[in-house]
Design a binder for this molecule. Structure first.
Ligand SMILES: Cc1ncc(COP(=O)(O)O)c(C=O)c1O
Length: 480
């Protein structure tokens, strides 16, 4: 964003870009939405995009690319081995992160898979600020355990603590000293996805790195959303207001022994990477690339995406291009909070997160309040959000339900994609849904997959509350 002084006091933040390509979207009627959500088993992942008005499921792979990125896809060099686009990527990683060894992979979870294979032995643990679904799955598939130690404020959705993504350093020291030889690595997720998109402070990363060095444990940085984390450090952390995003990202990366990312996020392409300055880690990882991903100069990615990733990495620290979606998120969170809607505060990255436990206080956790809320929001607005609660957890080995710490729905704002009027529409429909929340009676399973069940699972609405909500919508708001 370009920040200027307003003539009426305060500051104005203005997008440092304009939109030159648009995609037409349409708003289906509430009856069409009811049919679609039933057909999708009340799982927003299973909706067809053409049935969705505002697709706010995720920022992954759906960010608006820049003209320079699109142009680079045409000039990308098609080569199985040693292509020019790969070397452009290596240079970008060196400039942006200060790391010499680069491994492209097809997406973030591929990086997690390879790291788990190389660093985790059965019985070992990974300590993290908070898990992400795929990162946890790969640690567990490798026979390890993920231990989460966020600061206590992280699980309090009404706390305004500015860095809820921080690791509890006291607990980290305790664990590292108790578990000598059993910690594979410490993982810091920059903008903790499942905590409501909350950032980590530079001070916290620095302290974590000091402890990692003391106990000789590598620090792995999940940098998928490092652009947003840097924006918040600049805005909220003393001493960083005058630093550039590039300087902040470089400093963050400087504390990591290994950095990985889903390039579907900050660099706005479809791919991923691992980077390090440690030759030993690199050599262990690179031999796995041809087995699982592809030759090391493309790593399972299309070379077109590889070329665009090199540009996207540089652009994710360009002040003019970063942050417009964060300002929309801030607007929606403040509007909802002013209207007493239970929303995660402070405004974070990634999206607006509604607290389903407080939104649907009448529902027991066994009826999946977050999944119910995501389904209901789609029904009343055509907005596709994502459940980030108990449905996103898998059952324990003995079949017991594992309740998530937080029951959230995430309404993602992909980078540079939606406008202020979209945000206003979203607020309007959430306010209406809150007034009619008593109609929602929860969901029950029809088909429950054993792993990462939230992706493909199907459910149905208890007592067909969806039909009732659609009827009230038509009566009060019409068919749209
Ligand atoms: C923080 C974080 N890490 C890893 C991943 C996995 O990346 P991918 O979806 O590219 O496999 C994601 C995906 O959303 C993520 O948010």
């Amino acid at each position: 964003m370009i920040v200027v002084k307003s003539s009426r006091g305060g500051t104005l933040k203005v997008e440092g870009f304009r939109v030159r390509v648009v995609e037409r979207i349409s708003l289906p009627s509430v009856w069409a939405r009811l049919k679609a959500i039933k057909g999708a088993g009340w799982n927003t992942f299973l909706l067809r995009s053409d049935d969705v008005f505002l697709d706010m499921l995720t920022d992954s792979g759906v960010n608006a690319m820049t003209d320079r990125q699109l142009a680079s896809m045409i000039t990308a060099q098609d080569a199985y081995a040693g292509g020019r686009s790969y070397y452009e990527l290596v240079e970008a990683v060196r400039d942006v992160f200060g790391m010499d060894y680069v491994l492209p992979v097809h997406q973030g979870r591929a990086a997690e898979h390879l790291l788990a294979k190389v660093l985790i032995k059965p019985g070992m643990a990974v300590i993290t600020n908070y898990h992400f679904t795929t990162s946890k799955a790969h640690v567990e598939l490798a026979g390890g355990e993920m231990i989460e130690i966020p600061v206590p404020e992280a699980l309090n959705t009404i706390s305004d603590y500015p860095f809820k993504g921080n690791i509890d350093v006291g607990k980290l020291e305790e664990l590292l000293s108790k578990m000598k030889g059993r910690v594979a690595y410490v993982r810091v997720e920059a903008v903790a996805n499942l905590l409501g998109g909350q950032p980590v402070s530079m001070k916290n990363i620095r302290l974590v790195k000091e402890l990692c060095d003391k106990y000789a444990v590598p620090l792995v940085l999940d940098a998928s959303m490092v652009d947003w984390n840097a924006y918040f450090i600049k805005e909220r952390e003393p001493g960083y207001a005058s630093k550039s995003l590039a300087e902040i990202v470089r400093e963050m990366a400087g504390y990591a022994d290994i950095l990985y990312m889903s390039a579907r996020k900050a660099p706005a392409v479809r791919g991923g990477l691992i980077a390090t300055n440690n030759r030993e880690f690199y050599e262990k990882l690179v031999v796995l690339l041809p087995v699982y991903e592809g030759f090391p100069s493309y790593g399972g990615m299309s070379v077109k995406e590889l070329a665009a990733m090199a540009i996207g990495l540089r652009e994710m620290v360009d002040e003019s291009l970063v942050g417009s979606e964060l300002e929309l998120i801030r607007y929606v969170v403040e509007e909802l909070d002013r209207n007493k809607i239970p929303v995660v505060k402070p405004p974070g990255g990634l999206g607006v997160h509604l607290d389903a436990l407080r939104f649907l206080e009448h529902l027991p956790r066994s009826s999946y309040p977050a999944a119910s809320l995501a389904g209901a929001l789609y029904l009343v607005s055509g907005v596709r959000a994502m459940e980030r609660g108990t449905m996103s957890m898998d059952r324990a080995k003995d079949g017991r339900e594992v309740y998530a710490d937080l029951e959230l729905i995430r309404i993602a704002f992909p980078r540079r994609t939606y406008t202020k009027s979209h945000a206003e529409y979203l607020v309007d429909r959430i306010l209406w849904l809150y007034e009619n929340r008593d109609v929602i009676k929860g969901l029950k399973w029809v088909y429950e997959p054993p792993v990462l069940r939230f992706f493909l699972g199907r459910l149905e609405d208890v007592d067909r509350w969806g039909d009732e909500l659609a009827q009230i919508h038509v009566k009060q708001l019409g068919e749209y």
